[in-house]
Design a protein around this ligand. Structure first.
Ligand SMILES: N[C@@H](CCC(=O)N[C@@H](CS)C(=O)NCC(=O)O)C(=O)O
Length: 212
């Protein structure tokens, strides 16, 4: 049995779960609350030296870093392949995964979504300077993704790939912020993809309990 450690609110955990769902694999999600005041247990820290989520366990094999987990899930198990067949499309997929980790996560999720939506839930003011400074980098991310889309209805054409699994959790949170919703209007192919992917069974099966 595959075991995934993490919390349903985490975009990275959802990315791994989407790949598991798209492969049609069953797995257990073992809760790890990474933001608990006492932090993750020392046992968890010994398996994930950076103390982040997710972590995948397959028998006595443990793996952390989400893009490694995504590739392992696709390559180690039966089910529909989630990596395109041609070198150019595979490179495009890796490029999208890398852009999401290097440029999208911090800007779209933390600087805009968390600041505008999560922080203000309990009445705290958003850091408007942080949000305003993130808009330019966010535009760059969206424009890059828009040009890397290689068909429809998925990011790389007719079949779902690891790029969809990694992009959907970040972009769906970003869209909840008013700035995200507005900026996505300037990238219509990306907006159409997001709207399509949000209707997938895998996306619905991995919905966090609370997102706004
Ligand atoms: N490079 C890691 C990043 C994972 C990550 O940042 N996860 C977030 C949750 S979405 C986390 O564990 N944050 C806790 C923290 O930064 O202390 C991966 O690819 O798995």
């Amino acid at each position: 049995m595959i075991e995934l450690f993490g919390a349903d609110y985490s975009v990275y955990v959802r990315s791994a779960r989407l790949a598991l769902e798209e492969k049609g694999l069953s797995y257990d999600l073992t809760p790890i609350d990474i933001f608990a005041s006492e932090g993750p247990s020392s046992e968890y820290q010994s398996l994930h030296p950076f103390g982040k989520i997710p972590l995948l366990k397959d028998g006595d094999f443990h793996l952390y870093e989400t893009t490694a987990i995504l590739r392992y899930v696709d390559e180690a198990f039966d089910g529909p392949t989630l990596q395109p067949a041609t070198p150019k499309l595979r490179a495009g997929m890796t490029q999208i995964l890398s852009i999401l980790d290097a440029y999208a996560y911090r800007t779209l999720v933390w600087d805009i979504y968390v600041e505008r939506v999560v922080k203000t839930r309990d009445g705290a003011p958003a850091d408007e300077v942080k949000i305003a400074s993130a808009l330019g980098p966010a535009r760059t991310v969206l424009a890059a993704l828009e040009t890397l889309i290689e068909g429809e209805p998925f990011l790389l054409g007719e079949l779902p790939s690891l790029a969809d699994c990694h992009a959907a959790p970040m972009l769906s949170l970003f869209e909840i912020a008013e700035e995200g919703d507005l900026l996505l209007k300037s990238t219509p192919r990306l907006a159409a993809w997001l709207s399509f992917f949000k209707s997938r069974a895998s996306f619905q099966a991995t919905a966090p309990v609370r997102t706004d």
